[in-house]
Design a binder for this molecule. Structure first.
Ligand SMILES: Nc1ncnc2c1ncn2[C@@H]1O[C@H](COP(=O)(O)OP(=O)(O)OP(=O)(O)O)[C@@H](O)[C@H]1O
Length: 253
């Protein structure tokens, strides 16, 4: 087991001033397991708490209660460097004043590589995501959306993490670029044994890349499908609704 979430609860303050003591529960007892080398999809409607769950896993938000275990350990310091993230909004997740090599170098700052070795490593990473040396000195505005998302993926894999959170990582791209990025993610997963948590609204992408999928509603996992080829056999009413609205299939009862 790579990652385990056990009964995660999370709430945010609601309202202003005096009323800020009121809290809104966004995660209501979320539990799941992510196996090594698998891609687990989390699909659910907007506002259901998917990104909040991602942030709790990355340690960007602190849960009210519940445990996150990585390789059986709760000690975040030990495993923080084994995780990385690719967000939907590639333009705001990079510093526009940074050149491509500086963006990738953000993950390599602690590495002992220096000078020519670091340059070689960055070029190697660019090649791994289907780019090349020509992109090294370019600024984000000189890249297409797909190319910039590839740079973000290069930054995410630079230290060879075991786990990458993909939060709507393809949603801002056009359909043909989405397929290219999904193919790249599948290739990297197989090559390096990476594990992904793939947060999305997009069921087609789920069937393309995910091994298993969690249906998420109102801060809770309402159903887990262990084989994405069997999506049409979902039992939960919400999962059926979600599937029926996206896929033109008859959902079995
Ligand atoms: N920092 C915050 N402070 C207060 N409320 C927040 C905060 N972050 C998220 N929320 C609220 O938590 C709920 C869940 O948000 P979240 O972004 O996790 O949903 P989501 O399922 O990822 O939605 P989407 O698919 O639209 O990105 C929303 O009602 C949101 O307004």
């Amino acid at each position: 087991m790579l990652l385990e979430a056990k009964d995660i609860h999370m709430s945010f303050p609601e309202g202003d001033g005096l009323f800020r003591r009121k809290r809104k529960e966004v995660l209501k007892g979320v539990s799941f397991e992510l196996h090594k080398g698998e891609c687990l999809g989390i699909i659910g409607e907007s506002g259901s708490g998917k990104s909040t769950l991602g942030k709790v896993i990355l340690g960007l938000e602190k849960q009210d209660s519940g445990k996150i275990l990585f390789e059986g350990s709760e000690l975040r310091k030990q495993w923080q460097s084994e995780m990385n993230v690719v967000f939907q909004d590639y333009t705001s997740s990079v510093n526009p004043k940074f050149k491509v090599y500086e963006i990738i170098n953000e993950t390599l700052l602690q590495s002992k590589l220096s000078g020519e070795d670091k340059r070689k490593k960055i070029i190697e990473l660019l090649e791994q995501v289907g780019l090349n040396e020509d992109f090294y000195y370019r600024y984000p505005h000189q890249l297409s959306g797909g190319q910039l998302q590839r740079v973000c993926i290069a930054r995410a894999i630079a230290k060879m993490p075991k786990f990458i959170l993909l939060d709507e990582a393809i949603s801002s791209l056009d359909v043909s670029t989405q397929v290219q990025i999904l193919d790249l993610l599948i290739e990297l997963k197989e090559k390096y044994g990476l594990s992904y948590l793939f947060i999305t609204h997009d069921l087609t992408a789920v069937t393309y890349i995910c091994d298993r999928v969690l249906f998420f509603k109102d801060g809770q996992v309402v159903e887990t499908v262990n084989n994405t080829n069997k999506l049409k056999y979902v039992k939960d009413e919400y999962s059926k609704l979600l599937l029926g609205s996206v896929l033109d299939i008859e959902i079995s009862c």
